[in-house]
Design a binder for this molecule. Structure first.
Ligand SMILES: [Zn+2]
Length: 291
């Protein structure tokens, strides 16, 4: 078992983290390095390594998986990530990683989405130690039992559902809101509670990736109008309102909320790499025009 002191500190860290970055929320590198517990600084990530093993803890506290790295998040199955041993066999950092598996303690997985931006995913577990390949598998808590065997189709479906809900959808929403500075791309409405991260290629489509370039921040009305093809966005970022709707006469929502948007340009993210993918917009716009 984890020693009482180690277990108490781990609990305290998780409680403190829940206040600053609830699970699946985004957190900056500076916040992680400057993290405080009980008045003492206790960084949640290491300055240079992808694993954090505070000396006060019997087992690993966190590992970093690079969503922007060469291995596409190192996700081996939905909600299950690989983490390679550091050089040095079962000693050093790897010893505490293996201990985390043996002791069954919760750890934190930080998904690095940008160089200075992480998604905090917890509780996670070191669910399997793969000595042959010098690596461990880290799983969402709910999926820990699925990490050590080939998944059946029904297990995989379950894992996909959980991973989407716990990790990918929240990351998509957070990245889109961040890119659009929490405002509707059509009308600039700014209340996050009434904003959605709309997909360009539908979520249900195999190509409907949860990447920021497949999203646009929209208020509830414009999101619904976009999904129902009352409103289209052309690949050159222009808003078009359905022709039949343009001819209708009705109250202020129709007039100001929709008709007056016709021909306007959407408000784009200032970061070029966050702007909506024009190929995706084009495909989607064809569907709008076909209505
Ligand atoms: Zn709007």
């Amino acid at each position: 078992m984890e020693s009482a002191a180690s277990a108490a500190l781990r609990t305290q860290i998780f409680e403190q983290l829940a206040k600053t970055a609830p699970s699946s929320h985004l957190v900056s590198r500076a916040e992680l390095l400057g993290f405080n517990v009980g008045g003492e600084r206790l960084p949640l990530i290491d300055y240079s390594r992808g694993i954090r093993n505070p000396k006060q803890l019997d087992a690993t506290l966190s590992v970093v998986s690079s969503a922007d790295g060469p291995y596409a998040d190192e996700q081996v199955a939905p909600g299950i990530w690989r983490y390679d041993f550091r050089a040095g066999g079962t000693g050093g950092d790897n010893r505490k990683l293996i201990a985390a598996h043996r002791l069954g303690v919760p750890i934190i997985l930080f998904r690095k989405l940008r160089p200075n931006l992480y998604q905090a995913v917890y509780p996670a577990r070191v669910a399997h130690v793969d000595h042959d390949n010098s690596r461990v598998l880290i799983a969402l808590d709910e999926l820990a039992d699925l990490a050590d065997h080939e998944q059946s189709p029904i297990e995989r479906e379950w894992a996909e559902y959980i991973a989407k809900r716990r990790v990918h959808q929240p990351a998509f929403r957070a990245m889109v809101m961040r890119a659009y500075e929490t405002q509707c791309t059509v009308c600039r409405f700014k209340h996050g509670e009434l904003l959605d991260a709309a997909h360009i290629t539908a979520d249900s489509d195999a190509a409907g990736d949860a990447v920021v370039t497949n999203g646009m921040a929209m208020c509830k009305i414009h999101h619904a109008a976009y999904d129902q093809n009352f409103l289209g966005v052309s690949p050159d970022y222009r808003i078009q309102i359905n022709a039949a709707l343009l001819d209708e006469v009705d109250g202020p929502m129709l007039k100001h909320g929709l008709q007056e948007m016709h021909g306007a340009t959407i408000t784009l993210p200032s970061r070029r790499g966050d702007r909506p993918d024009q190929d995706r917009l084009a495909t989607r716009f064809e569907t709008f025009l076909a209505q």
